[in-house]
Design a binder for this molecule. Structure first.
Ligand code: RNT
Ligand code: ZN
Length: 420
């Protein structure tokens, strides 16, 4: 190991020890918290149902034409392995149903089976990681009307109910085979671009569809259900059936997980403040870490104040076992592996900062009414040498540091992705 990294770490360790924080223990904790990294950054949410599939319709849009996107399963796995080799700590992979190993066959979404994911399961086993799962209710002719599970067309609604039921079964199968709980996260694009009159009717239809979907109970150690809300999307600017209030109510009533995608709220709404508001009522929360920019929700996360506040909230609330951290963004305008790595490393750095916080000191100031000191100490913590702890974490995990990793991505681009 670079002697300077070690020396800087030792100095940092001394400073954190002064406040009762054991940096070795923190790093051990950090690298054992699984981060569920989404597969769909690798090919702009295309999937493998057909060669050259592109994300279409349904309230989300990936932009950018950076060359070299993964065109098949083996390229995507190779890109994920590259990205994962540049991200310290424990990972899970978050899969979407359209990424099945269909072996060139056209498999209708209402016919998708656990066997279409066997090769993902074996691959995940080899890498020693768990998988999470998502039904795919977009990029499909039966989603073109703008409605899927909330459709008033019985044929459309039944088709998607069958798809999601099968996805839950697949999630159960994955969890059982990997010995790691698979979270099945449902997001639907349903909504409308403009004035909608039958708002309640579609929400009642969605409720009924979910009731049908959840009729079967699976063992919780195998799979858990999560519901992801959204504020608006492209083409659903005026009305989104699965809004925050809708899913929160449903989750509280039925014991499901709520997913907070950090790009799915008004720009001034803070997910960091929502965590403690829902945790007393919901089983768990799944986070889709993203970065909203104006009206768009899926930019690459960076180390923003809000990302740090989210991680602080989770750690301060001692809720790491109930908040499942996942990522969700897609940027096709820059090197896609680079995008993955920037986003995941930002999540980890924010988490590290939170784990290094001497929260007891802050709480003592708070409890004794010493509120200027609470604020002052929080400010002081911002210039503590957490970067030295991060560098040491990378080195001991045998992962390149913040500057070195970019050379690795460039090399891979030159040797692999630019030749596609
Ligand atoms: C869309 C949601 C959803 C998707 C993925 C592909 O706005 O965030 O999570 O990004 O399912
Ligand atoms: Zn999301």
């Amino acid at each position: 190991m670079n002697i300077k990294v070690k020396q800087a770490y030792n100095l940092a360790k001394e400073q954190y020890t002064k406040y009762g924080i054991d940096t070795d223990k923190v790093l051990d904790r950090l690298t054992n918290i699984p981060i569920s990294i989404h597969c769909w950054q690798g090919d702009d949410v295309g999937g493998f149902e057909t060669a050259d599939a592109v994300l279409s319709g349904g309230g989300i849009l990936s932009t950018g034409r950076h060359p070299g996107k993964a065109r098949n399963i083996s390229e995507l796995r190779s890109d994920i392995e590259k990205a994962f080799s540049l991200i310290p700590g424990k990972k899970k992979l978050n899969l979407h149903a359209i990424y099945g190993d269909f072996k060139g066959k056209a498999v209708s979404r209402d016919e998708v089976l656990p066997e279409h994911f066997s090769s993902w399961i074996s691959w995940a086993k080899e890498l020693g990681m768990g998988l999470d799962f998502n039904p795919s209710l977009f990029s499909h002719p039966l989603a073109d009307s703008g409605y899927t599970l909330a459709s008033s067309d019985e044929k459309v609604r039944k088709f998607w109910i069958e798809h999601v039921k099968r996805c839950r079964e697949i999630s159960n199968h994955i969890g059982k085979h990997l010995g790691s709980t698979c979270i099945c996260n449902i997001w639907i694009p349903d909504g409308s671009k403009d004035l909608t009159v039958s708002r309640l009717r579609h929400r009642e239809i969605l409720k009924n569809s979910l009731d049908e979907i959840f009729a079967i109970d699976y063992p919780e150690e195998n799979m858990l259900d999560a519901l992801e809300c959204k504020l608006f999307g492209i083409g659903s600017e005026s009305y989104v059936v699965g809004s925050h209030e809708f899913y929160l109510s449903y989750a509280v009533k039925t014991g499901k997980i709520v997913t907070f995608d950090t790009g799915h709220f008004h720009p001034t709404e803070l997910v960091s403040d929502k965590l403690s508001a829902v945790l007393p009522f919901v089983k768990a929360v799944m986070l889709h870490v993203s970065r909203g920019v104006r009206w768009d929700s899926d930019h690459v996360p960076i180390l923003t104040e809000e990302l740090m506040a989210i991680m602080e909230e989770i750690v301060r609330a001692d809720a790491l076992s109930r908040v499942h951290i996942a990522t969700d963004f897609f940027d096709g305008s820059i090197n896609r592996i680079g995008a993955w790595v920037i986003g995941a490393r930002a999540v980890l750095k924010a988490l590290l900062f939170a784990l290094l916080e001497p929260a007891n000191i802050l709480k003592d100031y708070e409890d004794s009414g010493n509120l200027f000191a609470r604020l002052g100490f929080a400010e002081a913590l911002k210039s503590m040498p957490y970067g030295a702890v991060w560098d040491y974490c990378c080195k001991t995990s045998e992962i390149p540091d913040d500057v070195e990793w970019m050379d690795e991505v460039l090399k891979y681009e030159k040797e692999v992705t630019s030749r596609r």
